[in-house]
Design a protein around this ligand. Structure first.
Ligand code: FE2
Length: 292
């Protein structure tokens, strides 16, 4: 039997997401977490993250530095921190392992364990069952949702950041490396909201201008009551339609909620927007999911 059943596909089409148990074994989850702990242990913290600036001019530099660091991270493994984890000398005031919000955006290309999980036969069979002819990997992230300080993610649609024409070509894969519950910040969805298009886009601004990205359209407010939680067991996965509205709470619990997540796009008959922040590079074109 397929890992993804007809019923799962139907649920994804109707609700815009589906939760599946047992994509990874607990041991596979632990191997990924262990590897990430090593990566964080060895990380170089970029200067602009460490330094606290005081003057107006320096504040601008800091912002430009942060913006550059982000917008050129598509083919790199880079570190994005929680707020308030450095003191004014740029030293950590929390344990290093607890300081990182996420690591992105090319673990799928450069880290062998993450690459293996991304292109696993199960993953390929999921994409085939979804009817994807030429899926390619766009980006990947490791998200920590640190206990006590892991911030909330406000309601959004992934296609705001990963825009294609036509829409409906991007799918997120969100793998719980630890159990995700309503207490430690699991995802919440508005079922069916993928059917109404998107309300805003993040686009690159013209070269040489600042900020480097801007939003077109309005951030919508959503009715709190419409969100449904999507708890996931360790090793389980959530498949996320590019246009479904979702969010997650801050993590007020004692336990972290580590996740490995990546996005794929059906390349057949699809135009990847040149205005998206993320662009394929010579170094790293979007790799095809199917390896066989
Ligand atoms: Fe998202």
């Amino acid at each position: 039997m397929d890992f993804l059943t007809d019923r799962d596909v139907q649920r994804y089409m109707e609700d815009g997401y589906v939760v599946l148990d047992g994509l990874l074994t607990p041991q596979e989850c632990d191997e990924l977490r262990q590897r990430m702990a090593e990566i964080v242990d060895q990380m170089d913290v970029p200067d602009h993250c460490r330094t606290t600036f005081s003057t107006y001019h320096d504040e601008q530099l800091k912002t430009q530095g942060n913006a550059d660091y982000f917008i050129t991270s598509g083919d790199q493994i880079r570190f994005f921190f929680e707020k308030g984890v450095f003191d004014d000398k740029g030293d950590f005031i929390v344990p290093k392992q607890k300081s990182v919000n996420k690591v992105g955006h090319a673990l799928h290309a450069y880290e062998p364990l993450f690459k293996t999980v991304t292109h696993s036969l199960k993953m390929q069979s999921i994409a085939k069952k979804m009817g994807l002819a030429r899926p390619a990997i766009l980006q990947s992230m490791y998200i920590f949702k640190q206990p006590g300080i892991g911030g909330e993610v406000t309601p959004h649609q992934d296609a705001t950041f990963l825009y294609t024409e036509p829409l409906g070509r991007v799918m997120g894969v969100w793998i719980a490396l630890e159990e995700a519950t309503i207490n430690n910040g699991c995802l919440w969805f508005i079922p069916g909201s993928q059917k109404n298009g998107i309300t805003r886009r993040m686009v690159r601004t013209p070269k040489g201008t600042f900020p480097l990205t801007n939003f077109i359209g309005r951030e919508q407010t959503y009715d709190e009551d419409k969100f449904v939680p999507a708890p996931v067991k360790k090793g389980g996965v959530v498949l996320i339609h590019g246009e479904v509205v979702h969010r997650s709470d801050e993590n007020r619990s004692e336990s972290s909620r580590h996740v490995y997540t990546f996005h794929m796009m059906e390349e057949q008959d699809t135009e990847w927007s040149p205005d998206n922040w993320l662009q394929p590079t010579e170094e790293l074109p979007f790799p095809p999911l199917y390896t066989q």
